[in-house]
Design a protein around this ligand. Structure first.
Ligand SMILES: O=C(O)C1=C[C@@H](OP(=O)(O)O)[C@@H](O)[C@H](O)C1
Ligand SMILES: C=C(OP(=O)(O)O)C(=O)O
Length: 451
């Protein structure tokens, strides 16, 4: 969140260290953590959650759910307890909801508020205030909610929800799990059937968890004009039953350690308890195609999601052309993939990545600039990057270059990993954003490199 008491940037130089060895555990999945709090806050009774990600983005969701009536506490052993208000029971928040840096909190909560007869104002930090909200304003206007947004459909934004709302059938114009989830969550308190048509599959945690909480939800795969499409229906005026949830480790956080171990010679690292939902695990597939040694050990199920430990050994990677169809299954992992590509042998080409321009930063430009400063050879295209790798040789940047993170945690962590694979280190201009999704990243990185 923006509300850090210290507002000055915290630069840090990440320098090459020893091989990454031993075993680590990354924090809980961010997407599942947000949804655990939201759905728990709508169930009647106590939901208990272990492994919740205690990053700033998820804490923003917790604060918002409290402001709308839920009782949410953290117990001493790290278990979270949520007493919900029931679907339809959200209260009007007394103050604007501060969403910090979190797109997921904002868009999903807009869905929830839209079908309640309450008004809420959403505010966020400088990065979030630039991100497009029109993609959720459009469908939520169709259910009858009203919006006063800043120019360009951005935050600050005031939403007047409506009850009873109109159930809609909505075809997603953009591959976005956040938009899909916003419409489905609005459907919870809407009489009748809400339908989302998804031409390109995106992460399906909302569907899995809504079902887990007892909502009536169906998913049907049909042939569409450009391949299989998913039709998701939700029966409204749902009654959610409280759950006990174990949140698996976040594959998007594991990604930084997986790539670091592949790049630093001598590494042999076990990353334990990584969520491997097929709608999330695209990066590991692409890294294997590039020659990365990533072995799944002890495959099991945690909280209704496939999970395994990943054993990762240093590997010489080879550049490839990345199939754009896999992009939704690794949408947050492109910054770290670009770092892997910068050290690979030959050229890696990516395309179909327009969505990366509207994340916490414009991730195509931000990574092209940061990697070029660190000594990599990168061409920026409209919808992707083309990277000519070093063939394994360490990156050699100009002595005074700084990687600019633009309030984007994934740029900061990606360039930290680039620093491990460089001659003289990489200076990251601000490490504060890392706390949004991975508060103990630096400590874990130092521990893994020390063996
Ligand atoms: O639904 C979610 O939890 C998320 C969906 C993705 O966003 P989009 O739906 O905007 O692609 C992803 O980038 C974000 O980190 C989390
Ligand atoms: C895009 C991301 O998150 P959000 O949209 O929730 O800000 C991310 O974590 O990479």
């Amino acid at each position: 969140m923006s509300a850090s008491p210290d507002t000055s940037p915290q630069p840090r130089r990440f320098i090459p260290a020893g091989p990454l060895t031993g075993s680590i555990r990354v924090p809980g999945d961010k997407s599942i953590s947000h949804r655990s709090l939201m759905l728990g806050a709508l169930a009647v009774g106590e939901t208990r959650v272990t492994g919740l990600l205690e990053g700033e983005d998820v804490l923003a969701t917790a604060a918002a759910m409290r402001a709308m009536g839920a009782t949410i506490t953290r117990e001493q052993d790290g278990t979270w307890s949520i007493f919900g208000v029931g679907v339809g029971g959200l209260l009007q928040p007394a103050e604007p909801l501060d969403m910090g840096n979190s797109g997921t909190s904002t868009r999903l909560l807009m869905g929830l508020v839209a079908s309640h007869a309450i008004t809420a104002t959403f505010v966020g930090d400088a990065s979030l205030s630039r991100r497009p909200m029109g993609r959720v304003i459009d469908p939520l206007s169709l259910i009858g909610a009203e919006f006063e947004a800043s120019e360009g459909g951005t935050l600050p934004l005031t939403l007047r929800g409506i009850s009873p709302a109109v159930p809609i059938t909505y075809r997603l114009p953009v591959a976005s799990a956040q938009v899909k989830s916003a419409v489905l969550l609005a459907g919870l308190n809407t009489a009748g059937i809400t339908t989302v048509i998804e031409p390109v599959p995106t992460r399906d945690h909302s569907e899995r968890m809504l079902r887990g909480f007892g909502a009536e939800l169906t998913v049907e795969e049909v042939d569409g004009a450009d391949g299989p499409e998913r039709i998701i229906t939700l029966t409204g005026e749902a009654e959610l039953k409280p759950q006990t949830i174990e949140v698996p480790g976040d594959p998007s956080s594991a990604a930084f350690f997986v790539v670091a171990a592949l790049l630093v010679p001598g590494s042999d690292l076990l990353v334990e308890n990584v969520g491997l939902n097929p709608t999330r695990a695209g990066l590991f597939e692409v890294l294997r195609q590039m020659g990365g040694s990533i072995e799944e050990v002890n495959a099991r199920e945690v909280g209704g999601e496939p999970v395994a430990d990943l054993r990762v050994r240093h590997s010489q990677l080879t550049g490839i052309e990345v199939d754009p169809a896999i992009a939704p299954a690794m949408i947050d992992e492109f910054p770290i993939l670009f770092v892997a590509a910068a050290l690979a042998k030959g050229t890696t080409t990516t395309s179909g990545l327009d969505e990366l321009r509207v994340k916490e930063s414009d991730r195509l430009t931000a990574m092209a600039q940061a990697l070029t400063g660190a000594g990599a050879s990168v061409e920026e295209r409209e919808d992707g990057l083309v990277i000519h790798g070093t063939g394994g040789a360490r990156l050699r940047g100009s002595a005074n270059s700084r990687a600019r993170t633009h309030l984007d945690h994934r740029i900061a962590m990606s360039m930290a990993v680039a620093g491990l694979a460089s001659d003289d280190g990489v200076l990251v201009d601000d490490v504060r954003p890392i706390a949004t999704s991975f508060p103990n990243f630096i400590a874990l990185m130092e521990g893994a490199a020390a063996g």
